[in-house]
Write a protein that binds this ligand. Structure first.
Ligand SMILES: Nc1nc2c(ncn2[C@@H]2O[C@H](COP(=O)(O)OP(=O)(O)OP(=O)(O)O)[C@@H](O)[C@H]2O)c(=O)[nH]1
Length: 433
């Protein structure tokens, strides 16, 4: 399943490092490449930065800029990169006095990093990681004022967010529904004619839980009670106008970081670490949806239960790591054999389930046989030996049945396959009641 928080396949993946100190440039480039998996292009001067932009322009996701270059001593390169190219930029400075900070933020850089700070490199890496991620993160700005929307969109674009706009509550609800998971965060003004922010937040929360959609309430009339009301209505966070540009970006970034962590935790909880397949928890969630679709569209629900044979003996003979390698190979074979829409899980130790729609008993038996013969043909190199394994497979297909019922029937068939001598497929349809 693709992760909406990671950038799409056409994402930009180069970072421009404009820095006249070769050692600093090399340190940054090395860490960006090894820790973020992005490519870097180094430029030691404004002229070289222009050449790099001409050559790689469309591939840059972000730039790291030194303010003082031999041919641009006063930050002129910021204008080239940020104003002309609209490239998200992090600026390296020697120090940060108030007037310099104001100038940098006004000129559109997303952040500044004091070079001598002990965590300077980490801050740059965290900034670039976020900008890269944000290519896949949609933020919906909801405000009846076009000027207010444009201001927020400009600030968010500095960090590479994909921005959507809505002038009112109804449009916002439609936009979130249509964009599906592409919109991950809503910035929502409280004071709007028609539907106010509080009502919009309540309506959004009826369909989208906080781990799926972040919401930040924004209002000019920030009173304690209003912020509490918006938070109680379901907002994750709250901003009172006027706010510093940095306060907005920090809150948005932190909220999106949190969504990302929740998503990661959710996906780890669903995933079996050895094979990368989903685990049983995922089966209960997704297979039930499949069963519902089957009942609605009058398609049979089929299940295939695959249990590797004599696995204890294999483990005892070749060791646990050899057993693990066989489990991984069997999981890969299953992944290659089932369709994308099928539900495939590692149900327990050496047992796998496939739940699929539209196969009758004969079709399910044919799928079971493809899996059985595929597993029998596997040869897994381990400790100088080719390991092999067989599987007993039970299949079942029910019209309008539940996931539990079809799996129970396929499981009984799998046990019958074991009893009949293993390495075979048995269909529940052939078992006596
Ligand atoms: N290597 C490895 N082995 C595992 C894993 N999970 C479960 N097993 C082993 O799988 C074996 C399953 O044994 P049994 O349930 O007795 O079944 P079996 O030996 O396959 O015998 P039959 O199913 O009757 O053919 C046990 O020895 C488990 O320790 C795992 O993640 N890795």
């Amino acid at each position: 399943m693709s992760d909406p928080l990671s950038p799409g396949p056409s994402a930009r993946d180069h970072v421009l490092v404009v820095e006249d100190s070769r050692s600093v440039a090399a340190l940054l480039a090395g860490r960006i490449e090894s820790e973020l998996g992005l490519r870097t292009v180094a430029a030691g001067s404004r002229a070289q930065a222009r050449e790099a932009l001409a050559e790689y322009g469309g591939r840059f996701v972000a730039a790291v800029l030194d303010l003082h270059l031999p041919d641009a001593p006063d930050g002129e390169v910021v204008g080239d990169i940020v104003s002309q190219e609209a490239l998200p930029a992090l600026v390296l400075t020697a120090g940060i006095e108030d007037d310099l900070r104001d100038r940098l933020i006004r000129s559109g850089v997303c952040d500044y990093v004091v070079k001598t700070a002990p965590d300077a490199v980490e801050t740059v890496l965290a900034g670039i990681r976020r900008i890269h991620r944000n290519q896949g993160v949609g933020v919906l700005v909801v405000d009846d004022s076009r000027t207010a929307r444009a201001y927020l969109v400009e600030l968010l674009s500095r960090w590479g967010y994909r921005c959507y706009q809505a002038g009112g509550g109804e449009d916002a609800l439609k936009a979130v529904e249509q964009a599906q998971s592409r919109i991950r965060l809503v910035l929502c003004d409280q004071n709007m004619p028609g539907m106010d922010g509080e009502t919009l937040i309540r309506r959004l929360r009826q369909h989208y839980p906080p781990q799926r959609l972040g919401i930040i309430g924004v209002s000019s009339h920030g009173s304690g009670i209003l912020s509490a009301r918006l938070l109680k209505a379901g907002a994750n966070d709250f901003l009172t106008r006027p706010f510093l540009e940095e306060e907005l970006s920090v809150r948005v970034n932190l909220n999106v970081d949190l969504l990302e962590l929740l998503r990661e935790a959710e996906s780890n909880a669903r995933c079996d670490p050895l094979t990368g397949l989903s685990n049983r928890r995922y089966l209960d969630e997704l297979a039930e949806q499949l069963a519902e679709t089957g009942r609605r569209t009058l398609q049979p629900l089929a299940a295939v239960v695959v249990d590797l044979d004599h696995f204890k003996a294999i483990n005892d003979r070749v060791g646990h790591f050899g057993g693990d390698a066989l489990l991984q190979a069997a999981a890969d074979l299953l992944r290659r054999t089932v369709r994308r829409a099928d539900v495939l899980v590692r149900a327990g130790g050496e047992e796998f389930y496939v739940v699929t729609l539209g196969l009758d008993s004969a079709g399910a038996a044919a799928l079971g046989e493809r899996i059985r013969s595929g597993i029998e043909l596997l040869e897994v190199g381990h400790g100088g030996e080719d390991l092999a394994v067989t599987a007993s497979v039970g299949v079942a297909s029910l019209d309008g049945g539940s996931v539990e019922a079809v799996l129970e029937a396929a499981d009984r068939a799998m046990y019958a396959a074991k009893e009949a001598g293993r390495n075979r497929v048995v269909s529940a349809a052939d078992l006596a009641d």
